[in-house]
Design a protein around this ligand. Structure first.
Ligand code: ADP
Length: 394
């Protein structure tokens, strides 16, 4: 591919508990991407080129990876060979938690890594998986600049009253507060709003990121002032397999009356709840929308009811509402879900254009609607690439 070209490239690594997604950017153009899924069970790799065409993926070899970071020594040389040696000028990483300190991405140093290690207790299910590839890449290529981009950073602008739980004040001071996540997705949407929705860009906007994980963010002048996820990515909207907002008394009940352990609760609340738990069918909205089982219907109704309720709560935080933006897998593709949510938001002044919604148009509200509604594709990886490029001056 493009080995003769000389423009520096930026690689993006997004590592989860059983998968690694990677992409390489030339400016704003993604020229190579892929992922390794099923790590720890049945790992398989896939890759695509600049036009989405399938490529031979990296060979995972005779000894399959058992943890996500183990694929880096395979991915990096494979990408170098395809892209031209020496062209990758920086690596950007998605890191879920930047704590109280990081409101911006940061260049990776041993000191930064030590600070981020100290945040592992705040996100024990995600942070270790995000940090491991950074450490491996540092060992493999000590000279390659790396940048950590935090999911929490965008929400550091939220006021203290939004961040505080009504727990004793010492808890707030020690960092038990609402951080919010999906910040890279919100930051990307904020970056395209002036061009795609100039009328509302600098007003009061709620962005609903509805994917496997779901949250919504209230933006004023493209800055976060409130969001639905809290101390962890468990709070707020119902999700594919996570419960979202839950009376803490339910957790106490499950411990005290049902004798559930911490591990069982983690499994229940993160992996067995949400759409999967409610429907008993699937966490995937495509399967739920296609099903005529009443429980699939019920799960979708609960979801839309809760999302509309949270949008209203975010509108209250904004003191009114000028527009809603739907994004991520469900927000971008599931017209019936958008329709149900928008109808429940009619009282806020939102008039849906059903035809535009069915056609997935960018603007899905009627021309005279007091509150505008949009559909926009998010791009967290491009946001990471932009940050990495800016920080290392590539
Ligand atoms: P993640 O949060 O893992 O990045 P995505 O943003 O890719 O997830 O969203 C994945 C979800 O989007 C899937 O579980 C599925 O429910 C939903 N989805 C994707 N395409 C469609 C579609 N055409 N119709 C309805 N739902 C869809």
């Amino acid at each position: 591919m493009n080995a003769a070209a000389t423009e520096p490239l930026v690689g993006v690594i997004n590592a989860g508990s059983s998968s690694v997604k990677f992409s390489f950017y030339e400016g704003e153009q993604r020229i190579l991407a892929g992922q390794v899924d099923g790590i720890g069970t049945h790992p398989s790799a896939s890759a695509i080129g600049p036009d989405g065409e399938k490529l031979d993926p990296p060979d995972l070899g005779a000894r399959p990876p058992t943890v996500p970071s183990e694929v880096l020594p395979t991915i990096l040389p494979w990408a170098r060979e395809r892209l031209g040696d020496g062209r990758v000028a920086a690596l950007g990483h998605r890191v879920v938690h930047g704590g109280l300190h990081y409101s911006q991405p940061a260049r990776v140093t041993p000191e930064l890594l030590a600070e981020l290690e100290a945040l592992v207790p705040l996100a024990p299910l995600h942070e270790p998986h995000n940090l491991a590839p950074i450490k491996i890449a540092m060992t493999l290529n000590p000279e390659l600049p790396q940048v950590a981009c935090f999911d929490t950073a965008f929400h550091r602008t939220a006021p203290a009253v939004e961040q505080a739980f009504a727990l004793p004040y010492e808890f707030f001071e020690e960092g038990i507060r609402r951080y919010g996540f999906h910040g890279l997705s919100y930051e990307y949407i904020a970056s395209v709003l002036p061009e795609r929705a100039p009328d509302i860009a600098n007003g009061r906007v709620v962005v609903a990121h509805l994917g496997n994980g779901c949250s919504a963010c209230a933006m004023r002048e493209r800055t976060s002032i409130a969001t639905t996820m809290g101390f962890t990515a468990l709070d707020g909207l119902p999700m594919g397999t996570r419960c979202g907002e839950l009376d803490a008394g339910v957790v106490l009940h499950l411990i005290q009356q049902k004798g559930m352990s911490a591990e069982e609760l983690v499994n229940l609340l993160y992996r067995g709840s949400g759409m999967l738990g409610l429907s008993g069918i699937s966490s995937d909205f495509r399967a739920l929308l296609a099903s005529d089982d009443p429980r699939a219907r019920f799960a979708i109704e609960v979801f839309c009811y809760r999302v509309a309720g949270h949008i209203a709560s975010l509108a209250a935080a904004l003191g009114g509402l000028d527009g809603i933006v739907f994004t991520a897998g469900v927000g971008e593709n599931a017209a019936p879900v958008r329709s149900m949510i928008c109808r429940a938001c009619a009282w806020l002044g939102l008039e849906l254009d059903e035809a535009a919604n069915c056609e997935h148009c960018q603007c899905i509200s009627r021309p005279n609607s007091r509150v505008a509604a949009y559909v926009m594709k998010t791009d967290e990886n491009l946001m990471i690439a932009r940050h990495a490029r800016a920080l290392v001056g590539a």
